[in-house]
Design a protein. Sequence first.
Length: 194
Amino acid sequence: MSAHTTRRGLLGAAGAMTGALLLAACGTDASDRYSSGDSGYVSGDGVATEIAPTDRAEPLDIQGTTFEDDEFSSADHLGEVLMLNIWYASCPPCRKEAPELQKIHEDYEELVVIGVNVRDSSGPARAFEETYGITYPSMPDLDAEIMYSLRGLVAPNAVPSTLVIDREGRVAARISGAADPSTLRSMIDAVIAE
């Protein structure tokens, strides 16, 4: 065996080892983002962001028709605090946070709550709402028009996401991923107190 062959063999082995380590690292990272039992689901990271009134962007213009065939427009709710939750029925953290979102809806008379369902037709969405006792309305967004209007505010793959919108129609706070109830309540309280 020549020195040249040995060096080539060592370089090949080192390259294979590096590749294996990179694949192992990527595999570990991906497994943290994917929820068991729902392949292809990528969760938001749960980061909560509050935006000072002076730093808030222009008012949102969110419009749609709820699963109950009622028209919804965020412009009709100027002067009120609005909570918008983006969800779909087979999303594991959406199922986890649903009861807490319903409690928030029940506990805050001065809060308007609306859901935006990004994947489901009426049947699965209504079954989800019935299962979790959800009484606030949701709008289907299968054509992604609402999500497009939220570009820059909500990552397309960060479902669930929750926005707290101030009385002027501007995003005041957001949670990317499953909402921690105490964090979300704190955000809502701060916006209501403004």
